[in-house]
Design a protein around this ligand. Structure first.
Ligand SMILES: O=C(O)[C@@H](CO)OP(=O)(O)O
Ligand SMILES: [Mn+2]
Ligand SMILES: [Mn+2]
Length: 560
């Protein structure tokens, strides 16, 4: 069940690279979030439709440009039908290892039944006979944050182990799965809960994932506060007799504009007495059923921390609280969990800090933790704080198609300044736009986002060249490279009844580009040709080489 990394003892010292010396010039690692290299090259590929002279020109040097796999088993996901995502992508980029990820670890723990023998389960099962068991999480089979069959696996396990009263608090998706599918997931869940013998099981509250509960990196605590009100206190403006009725009604919006699954307002399910059917009370058990960490950290703090002032909780029930996993390895948050998280050790950040390498990492809020927390193997702290500078540029709090430029210009300025300062051996930045605007399904906005990012990349690469540095440009998974839902066999774009194309809001299965270069990179340094199946984890050794170090034995081979 555990990864290669755990099985072998890791030598955490870095050895010098045979050919590339540490030239004391900066190495830039630039990640374009959600920038895939898709075979579909029609107008729905926003990267193809955008003006991208800089990234296009890199392709011309076939010895220093290639693609790598960013989805499925290449990044530790259960199957090659699983699209990549930022968590697994940045874990791989930072660690150089293919690690069994949460999605897979939970599958295994459910399959072999070990999940029901672990401490987390024993802890919550104390509440089964006399109190309510609550599940909170993303209702979806997207496999990025959660999966429906895993929720059902735990619900059934609870029923079998004597839970008498179960309440599920749902966050609707429409981001990892097509918009509108919330209705079918709610229908299915209501049926599945009803079919449990001798258990009073219901959906109790919910809301759209971008508006309720699933904030990340403290971008907007009000999102979590809305969730707390609905799930815990049973308070929301919208009250319905059933979740199905609620989701259908809320999708209609106020009549002027429909609301998509991602953005549904919070709602509470009430009984015939108009009282909420499932508030969270002292003695209840609460299990978050998302395996992915970033969007579960804040709600975990709200349930776990006695001392908490991000918002007024009004009431703080003493619950038996568990996460699907432990979401933050440094904070040990939450303290209890259903399945042990992936063990990620010997990550590049730790090794580099040990060698005295100075690092600058920057993104805007929405991706800040991607280049720090995920990059460092789901650790929120520093390895050696005096060597690591982390800069977060506050993201806007609007749907990003309304501001597709996001903070790309500010990130560029910060990156340039870091390169020019001469203070940093490694500068890494992440541009959020292709991913965050891609998720809105707004093609036009996404095209303009990609055009802007390409021009920002030029500024960064030019600055790196000016400093005599070396650079590596890549992405963590696809997204902007396909903005339309397609027919399975023919790959033809799908149109809705209104004649408009059906937007694809999710990531894609596309591989991602990798390019290396820079004024400080000797001419004869090119990509090797014997790694056709390389994935994101092969990139770590590659940038370690650019920094003058050999690829450590516990990492995937370098592309150079
Ligand atoms: O927004 C998110 O949470 C995911 C999609 O569910 O995107 P990313 O993996 O790019 O962060
Ligand atoms: Mn991403
Ligand atoms: Mn994304």
């Amino acid at each position: 069940m555990y990864t290669r990394a755990l099985k072998m003892a890791i030598d955490k010292t870095l050895k010098p690279h045979e050919k590339l010396s540490r030239n004391k010039k900066p190495v830039l690692v630039c990640i374009l979030d959600g920038w895939g290299e898709n075979v579909a090259k029609d107008k729905y590929n926003a990267i193809h439709s955008a003006e991208t002279p800089v990234t296009d020109s890199l392709k011309e040097n076939s010895k220093r440009w290639r693609t790598v796999r960013a989805h499925g088993t290449a990044v530790g996901l259960p199957s090659d039908a699983d699209m990549g995502n930022s968590e697994v992508g940045h874990n791989a980029l930072g660690s150089g290892q293919v690690i069994d990820q949460g999605a897979r670890l939970v599958d295994i723990a459910l399959d072999d039944g070990s999940a029901f023998k672990l401490d987390g389960w024993k802890y919550i099962s104390e509440a089964f006979p006399n109190n309510t068991l609550h599940f909170i999480g993303l209702l979806s089979d997207g496999g990025v944050h959660s999966r429906y069959n895993q929720l059902i696996g735990f619900v059934k396990g609870a029923a079998k182990d004597g839970a008498k009263r179960i309440r599920v608090h749902i966050l609707t998706d429409g981001r990892d799965v097509p918009d509108g599918t919330s209705v079918k997931f709610v229908e299915q869940l209501e049926k599945d809960l009803e079919s449990l013998d001798g258990v009073d099981a219901k959906i109790a509250s919910g809301g759209g994932r971008m508006h309720v509960t699933m904030d990340r990196y403290e971008a907007d605590w009000r999102i979590v506060e809305r969730g707390w009100h609905a799930h815990v206190l049973g308070e929301a403006d919208h009250k319905f007799k059933s979740a199905l009725e609620g989701v259908k009604k809320l999708r209609e919006g106020d009549g002027s504009k429909p609301v998509t699954d991602q953005w549904l307002p919070p709602f509470v399910v009430v009984g015939d007495d108009d009282k909420p059917v499932g508030t969270i009370e002292d003695g209840d058990a609460v299990a978050l059923f998302n395996f992915r960490s970033d969007r579960m950290v804040e709600i975990s703090k709200a349930f776990e921390y006695e001392d908490f002032n991000a918002f007024d909780r009004k009431r703080f029930p003493k619950t038996k609280f568990v996460g699907m996993m432990q979401y933050d390895g440094d904070l040990k948050l939450p303290a209890r969990f259903l399945v042990p998280p992936p063990a990620i050790s010997g990550v590049s950040g730790e090794l580099l800090a040990q060698e005295g390498v100075t690092t600058f990492a920057c993104s805007e809020t929405q991706k800040f933790g991607h280049v720090t927390f995920f990059w460092n193997g789901n650790r929120s702290g520093y390895f050696k704080e005096d060597l690591e500078t982390y800069v977060e540029i506050p993201s806007d709090t609007v749907p990003f198609n309304e501001a597709p430029e996001m903070k790309a210009r500010e990130i560029t300025e910060a990156g340039k300044e870091a390169l020019l300062s001469g203070k940093y051996d490694m500068v890494r930045v992440n541009y959020a736009n292709p991913d965050m605007v891609g998720h809105t399904g707004d093609l036009e906005a996404c095209v303009s986002a990609c055009t802007l990012v390409d021009s920002c990349v030029k500024e960064l690469l030019d600055t790196c060249d000016k400093m005599g540095g070396r650079w590596l440009l890549t992405a963590d998974h696809g997204n902007a490279d396909d903005m339309v839902q397609r027919q399975k066999k023919s790959n033809e774009p799908m149109m809705g009844e209104d004649g408009k194309f059906l937007p694809l809001t999710s990531h894609t299965l596309a591989p991602v580009p990798v390019a290396i270069g820079g004024a400080g990179l000797p001419e004869d340094i090119v990509f090797r040709e014997d790694l056709p199946k390389a994935g994101l984890a092969n990139i770590t050794g590659t940038y370690l080489n650019l920094l003058g170090f050999a690829t450590p034995a516990h990492m995937e081979p370098s592309l150079i």
